[in-house]
Design a protein around this ligand. Structure first.
Ligand SMILES: Cc1ncc(C[n+]2csc(CCOP(=O)(O)OP(=O)(O)O)c2C)c(N)n1
Ligand SMILES: [Mg+2]
Length: 393
């Protein structure tokens, strides 16, 4: 076993376990249709990413491209535990979160293709999925930067509820009224764990009781560096939460139902008590860090080991064999599963066609949306004068 694999075993792979068949889990209260929807969401992400990989190889997608394949349960299981108007923010491996939050796959794919119909008008690309109506505040490429944004979003949410008693948000945004207790899910990779901004953010969150949940999607590697080679206490990251006075939990991210059952009570607690938390969410990416990663840092065996507990296969198995309707038939029949596969392929094919047939952004869009309400002297438009005094200073 390679050095990296040995460390990964220690830090990432929890022993596979069978879900205890006892009552009292949050998922027990959910209708079967919700569980089938989770499976569908994970399958949609997998198919979307497969088609992105093809389109990238055909040079239809340019720039950086980080696929979410293998990590699907992380976005689907955590987002399922939120309200639709809880803000979320993530890093650059963001297609999965966007789709799990409900972004139209056409808008997501068009963004990948750099087309004007994309969610960021084709100006952001793979790393910058934004969806204001679904309270997704990006997609960010600077490692760790989104942790400060997520902390700010959570602060704003608490400020609205507690101080202003009215929403700050655009009234057109889904669920903007009335002000209410929210939590902000802030996703980061394990490679962001040592960025200063995370520690400044966690310090303030702990100090001021900001309702943010930092979710480390711990796939064991930061690009090609195994976590234990670059991060202290990799075997127990919750110690970092302790240092900032917040709850910390380790959650298995391979079984979406287990994940939800562990995560939902934490979200509810953070919302009710308006407190922060930190989650070490164990997961694994099947593909390289990005499209140009030769993956010399891990063995094929290791990847296969993780694939053998694939969260989509697992969920399909549970719904087709373990979860039963009142009449003892499985909640997902073989035919229904096949139909699901067909409808997802169709949906993603439509998204591809939509992206391919959409126009590229007009050249006049080059300097728009750079700043919100740009000050004339700060805006790189016709009014810009080099060396002009910053009116804010
Ligand atoms: C501030 C900053 N430093 C370096 C980079 C280059 N970079 C991009 S991703 C990455 C690794 C991040 O680790 P993690 O999120 O665990 O990576 P993954 O699991 O996606 O490989 C680095 C160093 C960057 N984007 N931003
Ligand atoms: Mg990582």
């Amino acid at each position: 076993m390679s050095h990296a694999a040995a460390e990964l075993k220690m830090t990432t792979a929890p022993a596979p376990r069978t879900r205890p068949n006892t009552g009292g889990r949050s998922s027990d209260a959910l209708p079967a249709a919700t569980l089938v929807q989770w499976l569908r969401d994970m399958m949609l992400i997998r198919e979307f990413e497969n088609r992105c990989a093809q389109a990238y190889q055909q040079a239809k997608i340019g720039g950086f491209c980080h696929l979410y394949t293998g990590q699907e349960a992380a976005a689907v299981g955590t987002i399922a535990a939120t309200n639709p108007d809880d803000p979320i923010v993530t890093a650059y491996r963001d297609h999965g979160h966007a789709l799990a939050r409900g972004m139209d796959p056409g808008a997501c794919m068009a963004e990948m293709f750099g087309k004007a119909t994309g969610c960021a008008k084709g100006k952001g690309g793979s790393m910058h999925m934004f969806d204001k109506p679904h309270w997704l505040f990006g997609g960010h490429g600077i490692v760790g930067a989104q942790t400060a944004l997520g902390t700010g979003l959570a602060f704003a949410a608490r400020y609205e509820w507690e101080v202003l008693k009215r929403p700050l948000a655009n009234p057109g945004v889904t669920g903007a009224t009335p002000a209410k207790k929210k939590v902000c899910l802030t996703y980061l990779g394990d490679g962001a764990l040592n960025q200063g901004v995370l520690h400044e953010s966690m310090n303030l969150a702990g100090l001021w009781d900001i309702p943010v949940i930092y979710i480390v999607e711990n796939n064991g590697y930061s690009m090609g560096t195994a976590i234990a080679r670059g991060t202290t206490m990799a075997h127990d990251l919750t110690k970092k939460a302790e240092a900032y006075g917040m709850r910390g939990e380790i959650i298995d991210g391979f079984d979406v139902i287990d994940l939800y059952d562990a995560f939902k009570p934490l979200v509810d607690w953070c919302r009710e008590n308006q407190k922060p938390a930190f989650v070490d969410l164990k997961t694994y990416r099947y593909l390289g860090h990005s499209m140009s990663d030769p993956q010399k840092y891990r063995t094929k065996d290791e990847v296969e080991q993780f694939k053998s507990k694939d969260s989509i296969d697992r969920m399909a198995h549970v719904l087709m064999n373990e979860r039963k309707n009142k009449d003892s038939t499985p909640v997902l029949s073989e035919q229904a599963f096949t139909d699901l596969q067909t409808s997802i392929k169709e949906q993603v094919r439509h998204a591809m066609e939509f992206a391919e047939n959409s126009p590229v952004p007009d050249a006049s869009e080059l300097h728009t949306d750079v700043y919100l309400n740009p000050m004339p002297n700060l805006s790189p438009t016709a009014e810009y004068r080099h060396g002009a005094k910053n009116p804010l200073l």
